[in-house]
Design a protein around this ligand. Sequence first.
Ligand code: SF4
Length: 288
Amino acid sequence: MIDVACIEPGPGFDDRTRITPETIPDAAIESRVGAGEARYWKDCFDCHPDHARGVTDRAIEIGFFESERRGGREYVRQVARYPDDWFGRIVGIENKPDLGTPGNLENQLRTDASLGLFDEAILATASHVTGAHLNRIPEAIGVWRFDPETETREIVREPTPLAPTEPGLEPLDRGATQTDVRVVSVAEKTRTRRRLAERAYGKGWRTYGFPSCEKIEPRAYAGTNGLPFCRWKDRFVHPAAECAVSCPGHDPADPPDVDLESERDHRSPWVRDPDGQRRRQAGLDRFG
Ligand code: SF4
């Protein structure tokens, strides 16, 4: 899986925001539940009925399906037609701060280039990038060097556009003399891209929590509120990577109360509380 996926809105983005702020399960999108006439839920899935039931319940809960009962059976339909064009380009960024400990990086980048799931793929690093590094990185992969001291980014090499609308090759087993590959169809790539975009839409932005540490506080930077600033390190920190009880400055305390969802709603095209949701929830409240 990619470290960062940058998903650009497509023409149907507004339609998507009106449905639900949550991730819509792929099985619900793929099912035969349409936006027209309501259908008996069991007739709409090819998977195991338990899974189909779980997906149906979740789709109703997040407001993607609406249901009605007829003759003791539950019929469902989409509240609005799912807009397949809600996202556009997807740029994948592999984060490898230290090229001195590359781990599996080279194989990962070769997979990114040959699979072509993204429109572009980029390696971001804080290391000095040498010619020897560049020779080992597939030509299509762009390279950024980020200097954490000055917070500047140098584009060492521009990415070459990949081909998400053509079949790709996924290397399976790299032997000494040969590599087994699997051909990945356009349909499979399209579905994987949609799953990735849906996951990002629901999960969003700044997916970390604030640590249970007295030294952390939310501060603003460049017009963005609620960023994690550590008074002990006297700088912004990445809680998932830097904060733990093993940190020498750690001082146990309740995490600050930060409303990241409001900030996301305010700063991005994601809509926290779409009108349709509000109407449905108001409707439900009346029966609560
Ligand atoms: S755990 Fe360490 S880095 Fe994180 S806020 Fe506390 S002192 Fe700062």
